[in-house]
Write a protein that binds this ligand. Sequence first.
Ligand SMILES: *Cc1c(COP(=O)(O)O)cnc(C)c1O
Length: 411
Amino acid sequence: MTYPATTGEFSGAPGPDPHHERSAVIDLDAIRHNVRRLAAAASPAKVMAVVKADAYGHGAVPVARAAIEAGASWLGVAHISEALALRAAGIDAPLLAWLHTVDSNFGAAVAAGVDIGCSGWELDRIVAAAREQERPARVHLKVDTGLGRNGATLDTWDQLVGEAMDYQDQGLLRVVGIFSHLAVADEPDRPETDQQLAAFREALAVAEDAGVDPEVRHLANTPATLSRPDTHFDLVRAGLGIYGLSPFEGQTSAELGLRPAMTFRTRVSQCKEVPDGQGVSYGLRYHTTGRSTLALIPVGYADGIPRIATGGPVRVAGHTYPVVGRIAMDQMVIDLGDTGPAGAALLGAEAVLFGSGDDGGPTADDWARAAGTINYEIVTRISPRVPRRFINEQDTSGGRHAAALQTGGAA
Ligand SMILES: *Cc1c(COP(=O)(O)O)cnc(C)c1O
């Protein structure tokens, strides 16, 4: 599918192209910019670009490629199946998958050179897969330093490390990494991050005593990358930040030097004048308060917009209007007010739910507030009915070194 370059932003002439109906436009230049910003913050630690959940809804393969171009040296996903999809697309960067079930295909991971996170029970299955594939598995041992999800408890840690080292001595695996995950790094004032950091150091000491010599020790997510250099170790695992979103309540993307990469846009699909008191959408929870023009926006919860987010902003022709009435499966309504006949002219106008936020336009943060959730969820839940369109696929920065110099002094 081809598009009229990237000029005129998203306002190409309406046509039969389904991307014109609704699309999530992913700016790969923004992804590269954000990776460089995070790499500068993390340096000398390296960056793992976390591209799980289809790159938080942005499209895993193009994002992974752009992230690597911009200097990410690792990729991270939750599931082995996600890692295999990246390998199938020809991406051969170091790649870690950390969340498994008893049905996960460890054999395929070993065969594809995918690094496997291991919290305990997986170890025997990983070793069985390595025997079957006649190839040592690459393993990152995970310790639970306080989050209470996966990872070995500190009580079982030395046993896990000991067993892994026995297998390493037998040539069945290599302990490539030691890692853990933070619980409250998005709230920098809380004390638990210090406690988790201390527990991680303790776990590292246990591992070193047992002879582990990992290539990478990693703990930090996006908020810790930006606010806690003492958590960086050898590698940071950054997800949200590479999409240009802020993990901190009360700090915007722009304040962090990040550029939101996803613009969710569509076109006004109907405009009509209605009388005072017109009810709007299921349940008739909203009524106009005077003659008004209602504009129909053809996206709804089937496209991933939370039904609860009434009041969320939609930008049309330079103005931002709140959604009125209930959000339905396929559509929502904005009230343009008493525009007279001018309102009718907005049929087909671009309607932006969220984007870069430049020029005061709406953001994923605004929708997160409207829905009582976080920006992570807003972008990640945009559904497959919404075509992804990638812009700025070519990296024109002149390469990594130049880019690092340009962004080295970023705030
Ligand atoms: C999702 C995830 C990350 C990325 O977190 P962000 O806050 O998006 O940077 C890092 N590590 C693990 C284990 C994760 O599950």
